[in-house]
Ligand binder design. Structure first.
Ligand code: AMP
Length: 560
């Protein structure tokens, strides 16, 4: 196995880009996939988010472009399940090709077709897109894939579980049969192997071993909470836990800034550590954290990479990671050097399935804990205040304050009352920190295992099970508990299909595919069930959904 980038037979311009990006050594997936792809082989790779898989496929693709005189027609197609990933991957490829003339374009629902058409006319080499929108562009003859040399299916298992299997197959059929195909997937279920059998040419399989982990010195627990109450939950836990240097993990950069700001407003010394920070700003934040000037660092996984701090008392998963390996990675930041650490996860009903995966991966079922009550928090505040007062009493350095107390006593006030009034004033700042309510989580059958079954039922062959009755103006059968029925202003006569609906809504409203349940397509409109917790996300984007060639589509509450 090669250990250095320079041994991977890559062009100096690519090595330069890797060095500038701080990639000193190739990751395992890069060491194994790059040589195979350079040989022109199809590769089926099982690897996780964060493994460096983007560079693993991008470097060989870019290497080939340097060596062959590519002429601006689409040479490489990357399929991703979500718009976020499409943008992230396109950004990464643009970074890796910084010393080449390569045009990279992300494609996802919601973009203007005119812009895509214009850019494609001017010449695009690499397209990174979601299946729904790619298919739209093909149908409208905006996108021509007949010169594609390499196709990458990224996070293929996610793509299939979002119901994109037909779209993926349709797109693959638009590309030349002699193309090179590489597939990345965190898991390799039968559906992925079938896809590989059908569309890949004798692929080499690369399995990246998950690192086995034990985190015996970390106490783990989780709290079940509704998404909207996560901040209230976090602050309540901060009040009760004896937190030292603490890491809070969020899923997104935006999330990390938001959580850090909210914590600051609630009186905690917090800062965000995310990819938006320039290198010197990052170093300053880390210095402040190490020296204890800030207690809480709110980070994304990517930003926390390489963070090497031993004395972390708590790791909070503000957003539970979907990948068990990331979970282990995160909580391994505490409990280091023989010290005990505490890892606390906020788990929404929709996250429960990931909790199950984490449990089977770590061979440890994380126990659930109950939130401290408002009374508990109140008591803890009092204990803390008394402890602080005792410190001052021990120090005996309140000369001026004693004189003031003497004055009040000499004026006839009872010393006990004087002390009580002083404590009351000292507690004034607590009013700035009201104990926020945490609403009860109602677990219904549509979360956890059942929603998973639903998600699968949207895939491939089972898709036919969706009722496709003729519209009669009524809203159809009543929805399941925990689901809310919404109405989408387009139907069969507009060429709409369930896969597009799931993909289009999930990416636009930024919700997981499994948040969408039963879909009933009528002639002029469609009814769909959406999990309660995601309804506001979906409704907030009404008027901006795009499906097939339909723009600015409304989604409203159904009127039954
Ligand atoms: P990916 O799995 O492609 O999303 O990559 C995860 C992160 O690892 C990205 O932030 C990359 O910039 C970074 N990365 C990829 N390859 C390397 C490498 N060889 N050395 C250090 N970081 C890397």
């Amino acid at each position: 196995m090669t250990n250095e980038f320079s041994q991977l037979n890559l062009h100096p311009e690519l090595l330069r880009a890797a060095a500038e990006l701080g990639f000193n050594k190739p990751t395992e997936v890069q060491t194994r996939v790059i040589p195979l792809m350079l040989e022109g082989k199809d590769v089926l790779a099982q690897s996780q988010t964060g493994s460096g898989k983007t560079a693993a496929f991008a470097f060989p693709v870019l290497e080939n472009m340097i060596n062959t005189n590519h002429q601006g027609s689409v040479n490489t197609l990357v399929l991703t399940p979500t718009r976020e990933l499409a943008i992230q991957v396109a950004d990464a490829i643009a970074q890796y090709s910084r010393h080449q003339k390569v045009e990279v374009m992300p494609v996802y629902g919601g973009q203007h077709y005119g812009t895509s058409r214009r850019r494609l006319k001017n010449g695009v080499d690499v397209i990174v897109g979601t299946p729904g929108r790619l298919q739209d562009l093909i149908r409208q003859r905006i996108l021509d894939l007949s010169n594609v040399q390499t196709v990458i299916l990224d996070e293929a298992d996610e793509m299939l579980s979002m119901g994109f299997v037909d779209d993926v197959e349709n797109i693959l059929r638009e590309t030349p049969a002699q193309r090179q195909t590489t597939l990345f997937s965190a898991t390799l279920p039968k559906s992925i192997r079938q896809l590989a059998d059908k569309y890949m040419n004798d692929p080499e399989t690369v399995m990246i071993q998950r690192k086995q982990v034990t985190v015996d010195t970390v106490e783990q627990r989780y709290y079940l909470v509704n998404e909207k109450d996560k901040l209230a939950a976090l602050t309540r836990l901060f009040e009760i836990e004896e937190i030292g240097a603490t890491l809070v993990f969020t899923k997104t950069r935006v999330g990390s800034s938001r959580v850090a700001n909210e914590l600051i407003q609630r009186g905690f010394s917090a800062e965000a550590l995310n990819g938006d920070l320039a290198q010197d700003a990052r170093i300053r934040v880390l210095d402040r954290f190490r020296s204890g000037r800030i207690k809480v660092l709110v980070a994304t996984d990517v930003a926390a990479r390489g963070l090497d701090i031993d004395d972390i008392s708590h790791v909070f998963n503000f957003d539970l990671p979907t990948d068990p390996e990331l979970y282990v990675h995160r909580i391994g930041r505490t409990g280091r050097a023989g010290k005990d650490g505490i890892a606390i996860s906020l788990v929404t009903p929709g996250d429960k399935r990931y909790l199950g995966r984490i449990g089977s991966f770590t061979k440890y079922q994380i126990p659930q804990a109950q939130f401290p009550t408002e009374k508990d928090v109140q008591e803890r505040r009092e204990i803390r205040l008394l402890a602080k007062m005792e410190v001052w009493l021990e120090r005996d350095r309140c000369k001026r304050e004693e004189e003031m107390a003497e004055y009040l006593v000499a004026s006839g006030y009872d010393p006990l009352k004087v002390a009580a009034a002083a404590i009351k004033m000292a507690r004034g700042e607590e009013k700035q920190r009201p104990i926020e309510k945490i609403s009860e989580v109602r677990i219904n059958r549509s979360s956890g295992k059942n929603s998973r079954r639903k998600q699968y039922s949207r895939n491939g062959k089972n898709r036919k099970r969706y009722p496709n009755s003729r519209g009669n103006g009524k809203s159809g059968a009543s929805h399941e508990q925990g689901m809310v029925r919404l109405s989408l202003g387009r139907g069969r006569q507009h060429g709409i299909n369930p896969g597009e609906i799931v993909g289009g809504i999930a990416s636009r409203a930024n919700i997981p595919g499994y948040g969408i349940g039963k879909i009933t397509i009528f002639d002029k409109y469609t009814l769909l069930d959406v999990k309660e917790e995601y309804v506001s996300n979906v409704l907030n984007k009404t008027g901006s959904y795009h499906f097939h060639d339909q723009h600015n589509v409304d989604i409203k509450r159904a009127s039954n």
